[in-house]
Ligand binder design. Structure first.
Ligand SMILES: Nc1nc2c(ncn2[C@@H]2O[C@H](COP(=O)(O)OP(=O)(O)OP(=O)(O)O)[C@@H](O)[C@H]2O)c(=O)[nH]1
Ligand SMILES: [Mg+2]
Length: 313
């Protein structure tokens, strides 16, 4: 872990790095063939093998090729003459793909619109986020905009009760846009700081879902033309490159400004992080590293790289 020493210097960053390390242990285990390439002198067919290993780890073909080209250039430019310097150069190349989240002031009435296909972890992520914001002293309301799936409202209610935040819902089958509108009215009247809107992952068909999301956004804009301030797509990291196709569709409707990547603690290969940065230039806001309320971490590139490459890199 020599390359990531800095992460282990303060107690706080160490705790964070450990969480990533534990969560990403399966991804790191699947990167054995990638790690094995970093010897000096470079093994035969190094770049082809690197591209193959990156594709296997879910970076997608374009990103694999561009990372490999960037490494080739960096090796030519830099004074690489041992395996340690080679690894450092690779980590730098990966690090350069990072897209930071803008750090503008948080609006007084911060509306989060959370979208994604069914089962990716939207409702769970909202519960975890509500907990973090609430713990940080913000007043939080969650709004049950998924009125389609049986039990969706109840699931969100359980999270709200656990977290101790405000909750707004109407009965199953209600028009989701009207739930959102009335929920926002209620949140305003209560002086709530942070609103998290849960949405359906599936309606009768995909076109219905996109139309409904579009309608919800228009309703939200009646409260504040800048809202929803946070338009985040939840992606299940275990779906790999399929997630990229989902992102494209949702991006067209909601103009995403954040991604939450869930289930990184599972069998996810994890390379999707780099293709998200490359293809969409959208920041990853949080990563889900487990099912409990505390298993959501703000995205940190170095902790991610250290966890993804594994301890022995
Ligand atoms: N291991 C793991 N499981 C997660 C994570 N996030 C969510 N899950 C699980 O994924 C499953 C689906 O989560 P939900 O939050 O219901 O997903 P959703 O996107 O709201 O699903 P729909 O409402 O059906 O569209 C649940 O069993 C969650 O516990 C994570 O980061 N890690
Ligand atoms: Mg849900």
């Amino acid at each position: 872990m020599g390359l990531f020493k800095r992460l282990f210097q303060t107690k706080k960053s160490q705790l964070k790095a450990r969480k990533y390390q534990i969560g990403l242990s399966q991804s790191a285990a699947s990167n054995t063939s990638l790690r094995a390439l970093f010897t000096w002198p470079l093994p035969d067919a190094f770049y082809e093998s690197l591209e193959e290993a990156l594709i296997l780890s879910d970076t997608g073909i374009q990103t694999a090729l561009s990372l490999s080209n960037a490494l080739q250039t960096a090796i030519k430019k830099g004074r690489v003459h041992d395996a340690e310097r080679l690894k450092e150069t690779f980590v730098d190349v990966m690090r350069q793909r990072y897209i930071p989240a803008e750090t503008s002031e948080r609006p007084a009435f911060n509306v989060h619109f959370i979208v994604g296909v069914n089962g990716v972890g939207k409702t769970t992520t909202i519960g975890k986020l509500a907990h973090q914001f609430h713990t940080n002293g913000q007043s939080v309301m969650v709004i049950a905009g998924d009125t389609f799936r049986a039990g969706a409202t109840e699931q969100l209610k359980i999270w709200a009760d656990r977290v101790g935040c405000a909750f707004y819902a109407k009965k199953e089958g209600s028009d989701p846009s009207s739930v959102v509108y009335e929920g926002l009215e209620k949140a305003k009247s209560l002086g709530i700081d942070t609103v998290l809107i849960d949405t359906a992952g599936r309606l009768h068909n995909k076109q219905n879902l996109m139309q409904e999301l579009d309608k919800m956004v228009r309703v939200i804009k009646r409260f504040d033309p800048d809202a929803p301030h946070q338009r985040w797509l939840v992606l299940d990291a275990t779906t790999g490159q399929n997630g990229m196709a989902q992102a494209k569709v949702f991006h067209e409707v909601t103009d995403l400004n954040g991604i939450v990547l869930t289930k990184l603690d599972g069998t996810a290969k994890g390379g999707i992080v780099f293709s998200i940065f490359d293809e969409f230039a959208i920041p990853i806001r949080y990563v889900g590293l487990g099912e409990t309320v505390d298993d959501l971490e703000p995205f940190d590139m170095d902790s991610y790289l250290a966890g993804w490459l594994g301890e022995s890199f």
